[in-house]
Design a protein around this ligand. Structure first.
Ligand SMILES: C[S@@+](CC[C@H](N)C(=O)[O-])C[C@H]1O[C@@H](n2cnc3c(N)ncnc32)[C@H](O)[C@@H]1O
Length: 303
């Protein structure tokens, strides 16, 4: 059953990505090598959404630290860290030490300057693609992965998440924050060489990596025209039994957050919104789907 479900994310549309994995990665390396090492560069010209993004993430962490069996606050890992935007505004405020993994060395070189005094909290830099990276076993309380997973093939994503599972300390969690399509299909972006996945694919991939989705929260208050953005708090399967009853989140289907009907992103969202105290930064309309990146790219090209 689990394998059949997984096969459904390896559909025809997706095959060209997996079959051309090397090119998929080298094109992304090329794309990012031409992007400036700035906040705007990291967010494709949408640097102004950073504060809202960080606010939503802070609220999620706050809720998490108020829950039973919460993670510790010693060590975090920032994955696809870029110049360290999340390390600077979120992780170094919460954790004693933060490591950063990022494929583009120029971004890491900029991080020292960008982080300023907060750089003292940075432990290690790993200048590597996530597809080649394995966190040290049992090292991290929180592994934060944001706006980078679209650059991994499904296979590498499952392997990477599995190795992150092994990289967690007791009560540790992985937090994924990513763009999501509103349809049930992936959307390919040839320009930056990435895919945007639907919720259903992420849930199947989490299961395959033996992770339970403990909490799922939609980020609000982003401008219209962006993909919906979701945060997922993931725990190793073996850790979940007690913590789950703690939140009102009903875990069914062996780790899927809800009874998720394919093609029903709306239902998933609204049902979950009722079941969990959603991190709602402000009351704003849900953003319309459209590629943020497309908008951004227009800016990147013109600058
Ligand atoms: C949209 S930026 C996001 C940066 C950071 N996570 C943030 O939210 O500010 C994507 C980052 O992922 C990095 N990246 C792309 N593909 C990667 C890969 N395979 N492994 C590691 N990092 C990658 C890019 O170099 C870039 O720094």
């Amino acid at each position: 059953m689990e394998n059949d479900e997984y096969k459904s994310v390896e559909n025809n549309e997706y095959k060209s990505v997996e079959n051309n994995g090397d090119e998929f990665y080298s094109n992304a390396v090329h794309y990012w090598s031409e992007i400036p090492a700035t906040l705007d560069g990291m967010l494709g010209g949408f640097g102004f959404i950073s504060q809202t993004d960080i606010k939503g993430s802070k609220m999620l962490l706050k809720q998490l630290f108020n829950s039973k069996d919460h993670p510790g606050r010693d060590y975090a890992l920032d994955c696809g860290a870029g110049i360290g935007r999340i390390s600077k505004f979120l992780l170094t405020d919460v954790f004693e030490k933060v490591d950063m993994v990022e494929q583009n060395e120029a971004f890491l070189e900029q991080a020292e300057k960008y982080l300023g005094p907060k750089f003292s909290k940075i432990g290690h830099f790993y200048p590597q693609g996530l597809q080649n990276f394995q966190p040290e076993e049992g090292k991290y309380d929180v592994i934060w992965i944001q706006w980078v997973l679209g650059h991994l093939t499904n296979k590498d994503l499952v392997n990477f998440l599995s190795s992150c599972r092994c990289g967690l300390k007791k009560n540790g969690v992985i937090i994924v924050k990513e763009n999501i399509t509103s349809s049930d299909s992936i959307e390919k972006d040839e320009q930056d060489s990435s895919v945007t996945r639907p919720l259903r694919h992420y849930h199947i991939i989490f299961q395959k990596a033996k992770l339970h989705c403990y909490r799922q929260v939609k980020q609000h208050n982003f401008p219209k025209g962006l993909f919906p953005v979701y945060m997922f708090v993931l725990k190793p399967k073996e850790d979940i039994t007690n913590s789950c009853s703690e939140t009102n989140l009903i875990l069914e289907n062996d780790g899927v957050c809800e009874n998720i009907e394919p093609n029903s992103e709306k239902n998933i969202t609204s049902d979950l919104e009722k079941k969990i105290e959603l991190t709602r930064v402000d009351d704003v309309e849900a953003p319309e789907e459209n590629s943020v990146k497309d908008l951004l790219k227009t800016e990147c090209i013109s600058t």
